[in-house]
Write a protein that binds this ligand. Structure first.
Ligand code: ADP
Ligand code: MG
Length: 229
């Protein structure tokens, strides 16, 4: 049995709009194990980003229990949340979210500024990660000097450079053409084969099929789960 990385028990998220109550996540139970490559699949508005934000400790639930790397996230204070987030989670977003004035290597180095590493070590690790994602020739390029697919590779290198417990990607191919999107999925495959734990959020079943496990979300509920290994 593989090590459990995260466990959600009866997680609910409710927004109040004046008098109106909107239940965005309803009684979510989810367990993810080390080395999983999970796709969370659902249509627009189903609650995927809300769920991702809670998994990534960017937001907290209204009720329920969430354990990430043996820590009870619900009981943590804001500063502790920031620290678990930096340590355990690597984020990849649809729109890459690179800093435009920084070069590729500076973008990848940034999360290491908080780790106690010398500048030389930071540069070395950032360079290794960029080589790993196939961008060894583009270290000094700024985001505008890179294609969409290359920018997403920089974002993946930035997410991986701190060696997080879990790589969390929200619609990582959503801003890319089909071919480039598949190349990004191929990179996730390789990282998965190296033992990384990946959670990928998508509305696209063709993208979800590349994961080793699909969890469906509809109207804030996890409806069914196929495992096809
Ligand atoms: N901050 C918020 N305040 C109120 N409602 C929100 C907020 N964030 C998301 N929602 C609502 O929650 C639902 C799910 O949103 P979201 O998680 O972004 O879905 P998805 O990522 O699957 O498209 C939507 O109906 C959305 O309008
Ligand atoms: Mg979304």
């Amino acid at each position: 049995m593989s090590e459990q990385i995260l466990k959600m028990t009866r997680i609910t998220k409710t927004y109040f709009m004046g008098e109106e109550e909107q239940v965005v996540l309803n009684n979510i139970n989810l367990a993810i194990y080390k080395g999983d490559f999970v796709a969370i699949l659902g249509p627009s508005g189903s609650g995927k980003s809300t769920l991702m934000n809670i998994i990534g400790c960017l937001d907290s639930s209204t009720s329920g229990e969430y354990i990430l790397s043996n820590q009870k996230v619900d009981e943590l204070e804001e500063s502790e949340l920031a620290s678990i987030r930096n340590k355990e989670v690597g984020f990849v977003f649809q729109q890459f979210q690179l800093l435009p004035r920084l070069t590729a290597i500076q973008n990848v180095e940034l999360p290491l500024v908080y780790a106690c590493l010398s500048e030389k070590e930071r540069k070395q690790r950032a360079r290794e990660m960029l080589i790993r994602v196939g961008l060894g020739e583009k270290l000094q390029n700024r985001p505008t000097q890179l294609s969409g697919g290359q920018q997403q590779r920089v974002a993946i290198a930035r997410a991986m450079v701190t060696e997080p417990t879990i790589l969390l990607a929200d619609e990582p191919t959503g801003a890319l053409d089909q071919k480039t999107g598949h190349q990004i999925i191929e990179l996730f495959h390789e990282l998965h084969e190296e033992g990384k734990t990946i959670v990928m959020i998508t509305h696209d079943i063709e993208i979800a099929k590349h994961a080793s496990r699909i969890v469906n979300i509809l109207d804030g509920e996890l409806r069914e789960e196929h495992v096809h290994v």
